[in-house]
Every structure is written in structure tokens, then in C-alpha cells.
Design a protein around this ligand. Structure first.
Ligand SMILES: C[S@@+](CC[C@H](N)C(=O)[O-])C[C@H]1O[C@@H](n2cnc3c(N)ncnc32)[C@H](O)[C@@H]1O
Ligand SMILES: [Zn+2]
Length: 394
């Protein structure tokens, strides 16, 4: 029934995957999530190093085969204990077998338990964790409150969300119910998704007097993954909630603005005056990461033997390029379709925008998008100009 697989530094058992992994497998394992696990190993190491933590306690309450728990135990320096749980009895049994197979059973404590129960049992001061990794089917929303209560200060909270139709605004009612936030449907849906999830996590943490600060956030392979530092205290919490805001997006001209909540009485577009606008939020309105942390994670990626090293290196370098840019990228396909022009080369567009003294970079969110401080209107003019220029040179 089980087959041996290899990933990172571990060999482990998983049910054989027929074509694609499905939730009906006896125990769930998705080889495609290797990048998610590789970035997690690197980010945890960067976090522990930066805080001088040598005896870290980690929790993976949705463990599956235990591949993530075993890899953390084996590949991250400074781990004292990994508490791994799963509500599926086959999974809990397999985590034990995989821990033994990799000789880390002394570090890994296995529980056949509901995730919220396991986390709540670790709310007492001495039992809390330095790192909690929530990697669910779909949304992490229902595990947030229990996870936040089980975090030390400071600590690292890692969240995966795969409920993209909800987070990009295709299912607005589900979004309001699940995340208590109104979504918009835009051409920068994946960034909108990250900001919406972060907004919800920040508000949940604030209710427990914990401030969350995004250290790193990515979209890859149809999921989003965010890493946040959690710190207890009134100032930390206030700083975090002050960085929430609302989005005003114009469907007519593509104007977008993320403003602090109080500023948002305007409903018509300040650029074209259209009433065809959408408002969304609350959302995380500030930077999607910390340069020092992303850089430290990149250094770990370069140092560790990882299966997705090349792709991850490119992704993190791109994150660094776009980090200081304004929120909400522009989809060049959509704009050029509207203008009925071929897409000019990225280099031509980026050079033309930078020549005007404005910010412009590629974005890890999409190979067909750019992040720029140019307005939607100016960007259209520049695109038209670039196309004329390129056609002239043919
Ligand atoms: C996406 S898989 C985890 C994959 C794993 N983290 C990895 O990297 O391979 C989600 C897991 O959560 C478990 N699960 C779902 N709901 C749960 C709950 N309420 N409590 C505990 N485990 C749960 C499922 O049995 C499944 O094994
Ligand atoms: Zn407008």
C-alpha cells in the first residue's frame, strides 16, 4: 500500500499517488508542494537564527504523512521538539513510522488529534511554540484562533491557503462569511488574496493582544503561503492593526488605491470619476515582507540542498525586487488586450517607466505582470508609446 519517496534529506513512506493527489487518499501527500516545504525549512531556519533560538518547539497540527515534520526535525538546526498531529488515524500512524525511518522519533511527538484541540492543549505558557505551521486542505481560517493562542512571543506563524476562488473574490459571500472581509474581483487577485488573508489573521491575533508582522508572502502553484512574526503586546498589536486598510478599485479605468480605513468615504473613482468602483477589505495595506528576512531566507535556500533551489532562488530574488513597490500589480495581458496592441517586451516597458523616475519591477505573482507606481492611465499611455516604438524598429 505504501511507496517510498524522497524529498529534501528524507526518505519516507506515502500511499502511492495514482495520477494526482486527492483528499480521498488514505493519507494525503502532494509532491508538488515540495517548494512550499523547501521555503518553510529555509524560513524557519532564518527565523530561529535571527532570534538566536537554539531549542525551538515547532507544531505541525495538520501533518499528513509527516513529511514536513520529519524534514523540519532533520533539516533545520536548533529544533528541540516537533509536535505533529492529524485527525486521520492512518496519518498519525504514518507520521510515527516516518519519524522512526528517519531516526527523529525522539524529537517528534505524534498525536492523533483534531488540530484545534491539539493547539488549545498547548495554550499554557510553558507549552507554547516557537513555530506553528498550518497547512490545511483549503482555508487556514478555522485554525487561526487556536494557533495564535499557542504561539510564544516572538514566534513564527506559517499559513497556507488553497481556497483561491474565495480569496480572489469569485465567491464573495463565502469570503465575507469566512474571512469577515469584502473581496473585490480584480486582475491582481493573487495579491488581493494574500492581503485579505493577512488582514484576517492580523485581526484575529489582535483580539488576543498579539501583533502579526508579515515577513514573507508568496503565491505559487495555486496556493498562497505567508510567514508572520507574532509578538505579544499593546504597541505591537496596535502597529499591526494600524496597517489594515480598504481597497478602492475602479472597473472603468483600473485605478486602484489602498487607503487607511478612515480615508475611505469616497466611492467614485478619483481618476475618471466613474461610479463603477468596488470597495474591498479590511485588507493588509502595507509591505508584504521584510527585506532582511527574505534575504536571510534566500541565504538559507542557497546553503541547503533543496530540490526546488533554482526556482526558489528566482522567486525570492523577484520578491526582493518588488518589495518596495506600491501594492497591487498590473496585468499586462489585460491592459494590452483592452488597448488592442501586442505586449511590448518587459524590458522596454520597465525602462520607459523608470525613465520617468517612477518605480517599476517584475512581480513573482505573474510573468505577465509588473508592479509600478505609474497610474493606470499613465501606464496605458506608456504601453501605447512602447508599442509604437517597437513597431518602428521592426
Ligand atoms: C494538506 S494536508 C497536510 C499536508 C502536509 N502538511 C504536507 O506538507 O504534506 C492536510 C491534513 O490535515 C488533516 N486534517 C484536516 N482537518 C483536520 C483537523 N480538523 N484536525 C487535524 N487534522 C486535520 C488531513 O487529514 C490532512 O492529512
Ligand atoms: Zn476610474
Amino acid at each position: 500500500m505504501f511507496e517510498q519517496y524522497k524529498e529534501g534529506q528524507v526518505t519516507f513512506l506515502s500511499p502511492r499517488i495514482q495520477k494526482v493527489p486527492t483528499t480521498s487518499m488514505p493519507v494525503f501527500y502532494n509532491p508538488q508542494s515540495e517548494l512550499n516545504r523547501d521555503i518553510t525549512i529555509s524560513a524557519i531556519q532564518a527565523f530561529l537564527n535571527s532570534h538566536g533560538k537554539m531549542e525551538a518547539r515547532v507544531c505541525t497540527p495538520l501533518a499528513g504523512t509527516g513529511i514536513r515534520a520529519v524534514r523540519i526535525a532533520k533539516e533545520v538546526d536548533g529544533i528541540k521538539c516537533v509536535v505533529a498531529g492529524d485527525c486521520n488515524p492512518n496519518a498519525a500512524e504514518l507520521v510515527k513510522r516516518n519519524s522512526e525511518l528517519n531516526k527523529v522519533s525522539e524529537i517528534i511527538e505524534v498525536h492523533h488529534s483534531d488540530a484545534n484541540l491539539l493547539l488549545t492543549q498547548h495554550h499554557r505558557h510553558k507549552l507554547r511554540f516557537d513555530v506553528i505551521d498550518i497547512d490545511p486542505f483549503g482555508s487556514p481560517r478555522s485554525f487561526l484562533a487556536a494557533a495564535i493562542g499557542a504561539l510564544k512571543s516572538p514566534s513564527l506563524l506559517c499559513l497556507t491557503a488553497t481556497d483561491m476562488p474565495v480569496l480572489v473574490g469569485i465567491r464573495p459571500r463565502a469570503c465575507v462569511k469566512r474571512y469577515a472581509a469584502r473581496p473585490a474581483r480584480t486582475d491582481y487577485g493573487h495579491e488581493h488574496a494574500i492581503r485579505l488573508l493577512l488582514g484576517c489573521a492580523v485581526r484575529e491575533a489582535a483580539s488576543q493582544d498579539i501583533g502579526l508582522k508579515p515577513l514573507l508572502a508568496i503565491y505559487a502553484d495555486h496556493y498562497i503561503r505567508v510567514f508572520c512574526e507574532a509578538s505579544k503586546g499593546d504597541d505591537e498589536t496596535w502597529t499591526a492593526v494600524s496597517q489594515l486598510g480598504h481597497l478602492l478599485h475602479c472597473d472603468e479605468c483600473g485605478f486602484r488605491s489602498l487607503a487607511s480605513t478612515i480615508q475611505l468615504f469616497q466611492s467614485s473613482c478619483p481618476e475618471c470619476n466613474s461610479a463603477r468602483t468596488q470597495r474591498a477589505g479590511p485588507l493588509w495595506a502595507k509591505h508584504l515582507g521584510s527585506r532582511d528576512f527574505i534575504d536571510a531566507t534566500l541565504q538559507q535556500v542557497l546553503r541547503k540542498p533543496l530540490g526546488t533551489k533554482r526556482r526558489l532562488t528566482r522567486l525570492l530574488q523577484r520578491l526582493l525586487e518588488e518589495l518596495d513597490g506600491p501594492p497591487m500589480y498590473f496585468d499586462l495581458h489585460k491592459l494590452c488586450d483592452e488597448l488592442e496592441i501586442p505586449i511590448p517586451s518587459h524590458k522596454t516597458i520597465i525602462d520607459a517607466i523608470r525613465a520617468k523616475g517612477l518605480f517599476c519591477s517584475r512581480t513573482h505573482f505573474s510573468p505577465h505582470a509588473i508592479r509600478t507606481s505609474a497610474s493606470a492611465r499613465l501606464l496605458r499611455q506608456i504601453l501605447l508609446h512602447c508599442t509604437k516604438g517597437e513597431q518602428h524598429h521592426v
